[in-house]
Design a binder for this molecule. Structure first.
Ligand code: NAD
Length: 352
């Protein structure tokens, strides 16, 4: 049954990690190492079953292959999950025993933080293996990736404006930004610096107040964000917000934001295209975080990281070209770009 799964998604290796003394139950999935070592975060989550954990790690690790390939990195895709409750099951021993498993793979898998894991947990992993990114800055880590993700999102936006309107003048257009967390507020700041009209919403009132007072944004209700008259809808909070209910309400010509998994389904992606809206594929737009962390592998350099963010503009432009060339929606074109890059560089065929 497991091998069927691996065949379906094309995984190279899946490692089940168990240490009964520390209580560790983890799965490391290496999806593809054609472009380089598999990089992807470790998620800690109280999965209801081992099957659920396996499904998640297989899906997420495959996603990392695509994300890293589209980002133009010489890095493959992988991910790990630790089965456990981040609120009650964390310990030094648990993370150190996990680090030993990462080390045992000899660099085929490089880990990072993901949901449920923070920089302190990574310190313990780092004691057992150097194949860790996202450690504290004193160990050569890159620190908070959010400003990079926001700047990368701006690059993706400029490519989208150019494609849709034929210019890149960010300040000429209006924006509906949903979510003012680490990335969202930085993105609003960048928009404001360019003179844009910005509508914002967040469940956290303090964040909304800050966007209004510091960046002159106009606050709208949580549900109202789908109805405002803005040129660009920018999801920077949750996934799945472009769906059957919201799409008919959106007046925007472009969807471009940092949130993961913005399209509720592929069919919605097709519908976006039919309506003549331009969707900037999320994982290409929000690659700033992974680009930033990837630079830790060869020794982190902030200036190089900032330069690298600008490549997101070109990646998006390439995706739009493939979409036109092949007559396919942009979400599909992003996957195609990843597959073409892996095939050309690694001469390896991934299942479509
Ligand atoms: P965050 O947790 O700091 O911010 C999320 C914000 O969204 C919070 O302010 C929260 O109050 C708000 N929010 C939650 N539900 C909402 C709702 N229904 N309506 C409006 N606002 C709501 O997260 P972040 O680090 O800023 O990341 C934002 C998104 O970008 C996430 O989807 C994340 O996966 C993605 N992303 C982030 C990075 C990064 O570098 N941080 C990299 C890649 C992708």
């Amino acid at each position: 049954m497991i091998f069927e799964h691996l065949d379906k998604y094309g995984h190279e290796q899946v490692v089940f990690c168990h240490n009964k003394d520390t209580g560790l139950k983890a799965i490391i999935a290496i999806h593809n190492t054609v472009l380089g070592p598999a990089l992807g975060g470790t998620r800690m989550w109280p999965y209801k079953s081992e099957q659920e954990a396996l499904n998640d790690v297989l899906r997420l690790s495959r996603g990392m292959t695509y994300k890293n390939a589209v980002a133009g990195l010489n890095i493959g895709g992988g991910k790990a999950v630790i089965i456990g409750d981040p609120a009650s099951d964390k310990s030094e021993a648990l993370f150190r025993s996990f680090g030993q498993f990462v080390e045992s793979l000899g660099g085929r898998y490089i880990t990072a933080e993901d949901v449920g894991i923070d920089v302190n947990d990574m310190e313990f992993v780092y004691r057992e293996t150097e194949y860790v990114t996202g450690v504290h800055q004193v160990h050569g880590g890159s620190g908070d990736p959010s400003p990079f993700t926001a700047y990368g999102t701006l690059q993706g936006l400029m490519a989208s404006l150019n494609k849709k309107f034929g210019d890149e003048e960010v300040g000429k257009y209006s924006y509906a930004v949903q979510g003012l967390g680490h990335v969202g507020i930085e993105f609003v700041k960048l928009l404001k610096e360019r003179g844009a009209k910005i509508f914002v919403t967040d469940i956290n009132k303090d964040r909304v107040d800050r966007a209004v007072s510091e960046y002159g944004a106009e606050a709208v209700g949580l549900d109202e964000i789908y109805d405002v008259d803005a040129d660009v809808y920018s999801p920077c909070a949750l996934g799945g917000t472009v769906n059957e209910e919201t799409l008919p309400r959106l007046k925007a010509k472009i969807i471009c934001g940092a949130a993961n998994n913005q399209l509720a389904t592929n069919e919605i992606g097709d519908e976006v295209e039919k309506r003549g809206m331009l969707y900037a594929p999320d994982y290409a737009v929000n690659a700033g975080g992974v680009m930033n962390v990837s630079l830790e592998i060869d020794g982190y350099n902030r200036e190089r990281a900032m330069r690298m963010m600008r490549t997101i503009y070109h990646n998006l432009t390439r995706i739009f070209e493939i979409s036109e060339r092949d007559g396919i929606p942009t979400y599909m074109a992003a996957d195609r770009l990843a597959e073409e890059r892996i095939q050309i560089i690694g001469k390896l065929k991934l299942p479509l």
